[in-house]
Design a protein around this ligand. Structure first.
Ligand SMILES: [Zn+2]
Length: 246
């Protein structure tokens, strides 16, 4: 059931360390009974971090989710853990924060490209240093990267709240702020985790985000290149690293 009007803060920046019980261990993979590591998905890379136990320590270099199973791929392994042991888990905060800022900026760039030129986002790859978004236009000749950069940075400084909600598909189909084509989304999901940014965008998304747009430094569009008929690939960077106003 929908929880409209009950928007909450959601997991994003500054993830706390946690402990979790080891459920499965093989030379390069660890699984827990629960985890707060973000698995790779939706164009956003997985969290990284450190796991440690009584006689065990390793680095998490990738996290993949398959069904309900989350596998933490590990390296630099020292010692061996015991199944059932409580491990201390530390997510790389700098990595998570920067990707959350990059990812939230992507929502805004996609939304404003849709608003200004009717462009549809057909792909994206979030990165720590640079991010790319593939946009599909009716007429890509009208696109201006200078104008996009200007309206995105103006929007970022407006201190818009970024909030999470859970909404049913039919609700999203009727919402003009939903820019993604719901017909292309998996049909078997009835309730969507949605991210709304002020009054400019609503998007079904499982990624990590900042809490307010002012946490995102100005963006700079560094490259625009053709990706076939009507399509442009826009690459951007953040002018400085993530900063928190919390
Ligand atoms: Zn998102």
């Amino acid at each position: 059931m929908t929880i409209l009007g009950h928007l909450e803060k959601h997991p994003g920046t500054n993830p706390a360390s946690f402990t979790s019980k080891l459920a499965h261990f093989e030379p390069t993979i660890v699984q827990f009974d629960r985890t707060e590591f973000y698995p790779s998905g939706g164009g956003q890379p997985a969290d990284k971090g450190i796991l440690s136990g009584e006689k065990f320590r390793c680095r998490v270099i990738d996290v993949q989710k398959s069904g309900s199973v989350v596998s933490h791929h590990i390296s630099e392994i020292e010692g061996e853990p015991s199944i059932g042991e409580m491990l201390s888990c530390e997510i790389d905060v700098e990595w998570r924060n920067q990707l959350s800022a990059m990812h939230t900026a992507q929502h805004i760039i996609s939304a404003l490209s849709h608003e200004e030129w009717g462009a549809e986002t057909v792909g994206n790859q979030i990165g720590f240093d640079k991010t790319r978004i593939d946009l599909k236009f009716e007429n890509r000749e009208l696109f201006s990267s200078e104008h996009l950069e200007e309206i995105v940075n103006w929007t970022l400084r407006k201190n818009l709240d970024v909030k999470m909600d859970f909404r049913p598909s039919k609700d999203l189909l009727d919402d003009p702020l939903v820019r993604v084509n719901m017909a292309r989304m998996p049909p078997n999901i009835g309730i969507w985790r949605t991210i709304s940014i002020g009054d400019i965008d609503v998007c079904p998304c499982a990624g990590t985000h900042v809490q307010t747009t002012r946490e995102i430094p100005d963006i700079e569009i560094t490259r625009v290149k053709s990706k076939g008929a009507g399509r442009l690939r826009v690459e951007y960077i953040l002018n400085e690293c993530y900063k928190s106003f919390n």
